[in-house]
Write a protein that binds this ligand. Sequence first.
Ligand SMILES: *Cc1c(COP(=O)(O)O)cnc(C)c1O
Ligand SMILES: [Zn+2]
Length: 483
Amino acid sequence: MTQAHDFPAYRGRMEYFCLGCGATHGVDELLYTCPGCGGVLLLRDTRFDELKKTPAQAWRDIFDARAATKTNALRGVFRFYELLAPVVEPRDIVHLGEANTPIVMASEALQKEIGACFGFKNDGQNPSASFKDRGMACAFSYLRALIRKHGWDQVLTVCASTGDTSASAALYAAYCGGPITSVVILPQGKVTPQQLAQPLGNGAVVLEVPGVFDDCMKVVEHLADNYRVALLNSKNAWRILGQESYAFEVAQWRDWSVEDLCVFAPIGNAGNVTAIMAGFLKLYELGIIEGLPRIFGVQSCHADPVYRYYAVDDPKERTWKPVQVRPSVAQAAMIGNPVSFPRVKHYAERFEAIRGKEGFQVVQVREQDIIEGMLAANRRGHIACTQGGECLAGLRRALELGLVSGEETAILDATAHHLKFIGFQQMYYDNSYPEPYEIEPRKDLANAPETVIESEERDRLSAEAYIVEAAERIVKRLGLAKK
Ligand SMILES: *Cc1c(COP(=O)(O)O)cnc(C)c1O
Ligand SMILES: [Zn+2]
C-alpha cells in the first residue's frame, strides 16, 4: 500500500483546453474532443503559476531526492507529480514499474560508425515493453480517481492500436481490475505476433478490423463519440501528460542542462513527440532547465504527413494533408492521419519562438535505412526496435543534411523492445520482404542458426560418443586451437 507521508501536498486545478476554439472544459467527465467544435484537447493546471514561487533549484532538489523514494505512487511517472496530474490521490495511482528507463550511450564502435555522440533511451524497458506505459500509468490513475468519485461500477476501456497501445492498455486494465474491462481494436495482420499475444495474455477482448490503423482509429472515435466507453488512445490528453515524463527524465539525467541535446523521436499518431515537447516546455517555464534542447521528429517515406507539412519552408504556405500509408517496418508509426497533429503545431510554434527554426525539425528516412538502423544498433549491443532504428536513421539523415553538429549529443527514443519486432529482422535475414516495403537485404548482415549435428546421429551413436562428436564438429566449425 502507498505510504502518504512524503506525498506532495500541492493540488492543482486541471482543465481541458481546446486547440480548435480555445474553450475550456472541466475534467470531471471523460472528454476526448471539444464538445463545442470537435477540436483536439490538451490539459493544463490553472494553478501552474503557483509552482513558480518555488525556486528552480528547489525543484531540481525535490525531483533528485524523489528519485530515491520508496513511496510507490511516486516511483514511476509521478516522480514529477506537480508537473503531471496533481489532482489524483496516491491511492488511485497505479505503478507497474514504468518510467525511469535507462539512457544507454551507443557503444564506442557504433558512435564511431555514425560519427556522432549519442545514446538510446530504452523505453522498451517499460513493463509492456514500450513507452505507451508512461501515458497509461497517468490515464489509468486518473480513471481510477474518476471511478472512485462517481462510484461507477462498469468502465469499458477501448483503444485502436498499431500494437503497443493495446498491449499497454490491456496490461493496466487487467491489473486495475474491478469495474475496468479492456477492449482493443487492431488492424488485422498489421500488428506483430508478439504485440497480439500481449492483450490476449492479459485477457482483453481483442477485435480485429481489416484495414490499417487509421481505419481502426475512425471506428474507435465513432464509439467514443456515441457510447459510454473510456478511450485510451493518445487522443486522451491524460496519456500525453504521462508521456511528458520522458522529457523530465532526459533533463534529470543531464543534470537539468539540455541545450546541447538533440532529441529524436519517431512520429506516428504524434502523441509522443507532442508530449516530449510539452514536457521540456514545462521545465523551461519553471526555470528548471534554462534552455530547450532541439527536437527531431522522424518519419518513414511510407508514412510521412508531418514531414511533408514541415518540408514547406514558409509557414504561410504549409497545408495539412493526411497521406495513404504504405507498408513500413516502423509499423508502430505507420499512420497517415495523426490525431495529434494540431498539438505538434501548437508546441512546435512555442519551441520555435524560444529556440528558433532549428528548435523543431522533421526528417524523412527510407525503409531500408530504418531496418538497417535497427540491425546496426543491435549488432553493437543495443535492444532497439524498428522505431528505434528509425531514430538512428533519422540521426544519420540529420548529420548528412548538416542539421546536427559534432558538439551536440543526440538522444534517440528506442520506443519499444527489439523482441516485439523480430519478424522484420527475420524477413531481412530471409530476404522475404514483400515488394511494397522496398527493402533489399544485404547478405552480409544476415544471420541464421546452424545445425551442429543431425538428429539421426544421436540414434546411431552412444550417448557419450554423441556428445564428443557434437563437440568435435563445433571445434571444426570454429577452428579452435588446443590449450
Ligand atoms: C506508438 C508508437 C510509436 C508512435 O508514437 P506516436 O505517439 O503515435 O507518434 C512509435 N514507436 C512505438 C514502438 C510505438 O509503440
Ligand atoms: Zn473547441
